[in-house]
Design a binder for this molecule. Structure first.
Ligand code: AMP
Length: 317
């Protein structure tokens, strides 16, 4: 579709769609978060469906970027991809209680609504989908997706509840928004594999797009949780990327990686990482363990604790 045509259709679609709230509109009495930017947002499935249906009627394609907010440039890059590939980009912001265990950081997870909306305005996000908890999980909600396969091992050994919570909320987000594509970061590589598997297994009618990890200048993967790091921890945090990169270099040569993994674990400990949950070379598609000599594509994945903060990272071999 030519750009001029698309813009014409877009403005028509805007006119016919129900009004999402924006900075110009009146904040709902129930909303605790004052709208501050020109990016429209909605908190009800009903309004979301009407807005997306109007776009569909106008022949527009839709890309979804699921997030928990506290946005940084890694998230914004996913939105840029959505905008390049689709007419409309929807960003969901929902801190999903179902993927946090009681001892985890659900209550303290950073919530930076105003800043999120301001950032999304700079990348042309068309709609923020930000349901309240009871809109996503109404009274009596009692269905869970239990992924196996790529979900087994790695994160699941340390956060057994996690992928069930992620898969359940993503399945709901997909059926709420009904996007053509959804974009996920390779930063959470196991999550990307689990979502791909779920979409395949359940015949969900959308395409999953993986996006490469956006890093700080020193190599640390951008993450909403990096803001938990003290300046001293922040300086040490880059070691995790250095270690997985050196394991990947050894694996690419077909070497037995057990020695370099052991050296990497030591290096992380010496750098101040208190606990290493895992540092492993896995099959890049299935995430199953594999032999060093295997010709299959490989991925190096790690999770480790720096003070109170758990960092995860991965690289391709
Ligand atoms: P989160 O809000 O942390 O759950 O992340 C939302 C989406 O952003 C997920 O698909 C993440 O993989 C992705 N993401 C987070 N950090 C980065 C990053 N540094 N680079 C690329 N994608 C990222």
């Amino acid at each position: 579709m030519a750009k001029a045509t698309r813009e014409t259709v877009a403005s028509k679609a805007r006119k016919s769609a129900p009004k999402a709230r924006t900075g110009a509109g009146k904040p709902a009495a129930a909303s605790r978060r004052a709208p501050t930017s020109a990016v429209p947002f909605t908190r009800t499935v009903r309004d979301l469906r009407q807005i997306v249906a109007a776009w569909r009627k106008a022949g527009q394609s839709v890309g979804l970027v699921p997030t928990m907010g506290a946005l940084h440039d890694g998230h914004l890059e996913l939105v840029r991809i959505a905008k390049r590939r689709c007419d409309r980009a929807v960003v969901s912001i929902f801190v999903n209680p179902a993927q946090f265990a009681p001892n985890e950081d659900f209550d303290t997870y950073p919530r930076t609504w105003d800043n999120d909306l301001a950032q999304l305005a700079t990348v042309g996000c068309d709609l923020v989908w930000s349901p309240e908890r009871l809109e996503m999980y109404p009274e009596g909600f009692d269905t869970r997706i239990e992924p196996k396969g790529a979900a087994l091992g790695l994160e699941t050994e340390f956060r057994p509840h996690f992928f069930s919570g992620v898969a359940t909320v993503c399945c709901k987000l997909f059926t709420q928004v009904l996007p053509d594509i959804a974009i996920f970061g390779e930063k959470d590589y196991q999550q990307l594999c689990v979502i791909r598997q779920m979409v395949r297994d359940l015949d969900l009618p959308l395409q999953i797009v993986g996006a490469e990890t956006i890093r700080e200048a020193d190599g640390l993967a951008m993450s909403s949780r990096n803001r938990y790091l003290t300046p001293d921890e922040r300086a040490k945090a880059v070691t995790i990327h250095r270690v997985i990169s050196s394991v990947a270099t050894a694996a690419a040569k077909g070497q037995d990686t057990s020695a370099v993994v052991a050296a990497g674990r030591k290096r992380l400990t010496q750098a101040g990482f208190a606990k290493i949950d895992y540092l492993e070379v896995r099959d890049a598609q299935t995430l199953a363990p594999l032999e060093a000599s295997s010709p299959r594509e490989k991925r190096v994945l790690a999770a480790a604790w720096l003070g109170q903060t758990r960092l995860i990272d991965n690289v391709a071999v």
